[in-house]
Design a binder for this molecule. Structure first.
Ligand code: ZN
Ligand code: ZN
Length: 242
């Protein structure tokens, strides 16, 4: 077993899954700031299935509800209402509670119907995760593969928790909303930490607005536009210098 290889690969995979979530699920499906080529969308759906087990329409519904009810009792994961540590450490449980509510999903994600691939594959989260863990074990040997899977899971869960917990409590608020911008958080979360900017213009594919704000998700979008896998529908033009 090579434990350090497992840790490095696991952290990298957690970051890549965060990037796929940011570009495809968040900026693409939820806010419709960009459209993804069907071939790239299929690849991203498959990657997110084996790396997170997330069902796209559920993620979209939970996140749209968060925007609709930010930091009120209706918010699925508000650190103001529920407490910082509960959101940071138990974000997945909070997410799951709302994601499993069929009425919420129907109300907030009616534009994302279930298709044949969902019924056959993507709705079966444990099958996807099992395939992902198996691939890691075949690629790195079973012990290192399990370290990769565990470190990946912890990285992804802690980053998602930090976006919701830190991104609503610590940092600057250049715009009038309760979310915050954090430059270190933005680096760790591939741009998602520019959360105050994002709540100000949710339909913008770009979260950065000022010098020193690094939005790696936006750079990725620009790269995917250059190779014609993504089309930008909207992005914020009131950018200061970024
Ligand atoms: Zn938020
Ligand atoms: Zn959003």
């Amino acid at each position: 077993m090579n434990i350090w290889l497992g840790v490095v690969v696991g952290v990298l995979l957690g970051q890549i899954a965060t990037l796929a979530t940011s570009v495809y699920l968040h900026r693409g499906l939820t806010h419709r700031a960009l459209t993804v080529h069907p071939a790239a969308a299929l690849f991203l759906r498959t990657f997110l299935w084996v790396s997170t087990g997330i069902r796209a329409r559920e993620w979209v519904a939970v996140h749209r509800k968060h925007h609709a009810a930010s930091d009120t009792v209706g918010d699925p994961h508000s650190p103001i209402v529920l407490g910082f540590w509960r959101v940071q450490l138990a974000n997945a449980a909070l997410y799951r509670r709302v994601a499993r509510d069929g009425e919420t999903v129907q109300k907030y994600a009616r534009d994302i119907p279930t298709d044949r691939l969902d019924r056959w594959f993507f709705d079966h989260a444990f099958l996807g995760l099992g395939i992902g863990i198996t691939i890691a074990c075949v690629a790195f040997g079973w012990q290192t593969g399990l370290v990769v899977s565990a470190v990946h899971a912890v990285t992804y869960l802690m980053i998602s928790g930090a976006i919701n917990a830190v991104g609503h409590t610590q940092g600057s608020r250049p715009h009038e909303n309760k979310a915050t911008n954090g430059r270190v958080l933005a680096l760790l979360t591939l741009g998602e930490g520019l959360h105050n900017n994002h709540h100000n213009t949710p339909t913008s594919a770009r979260f950065s607005e000022r010098i020193g704000e690094f939005d790696i998700g936006w750079w990725t979008v620009r790269l995917l536009v250059a190779v014609r896998l993504v089309k930008i529908r909207q992005f914020s033009r009131d950018t200061v210098n970024a």
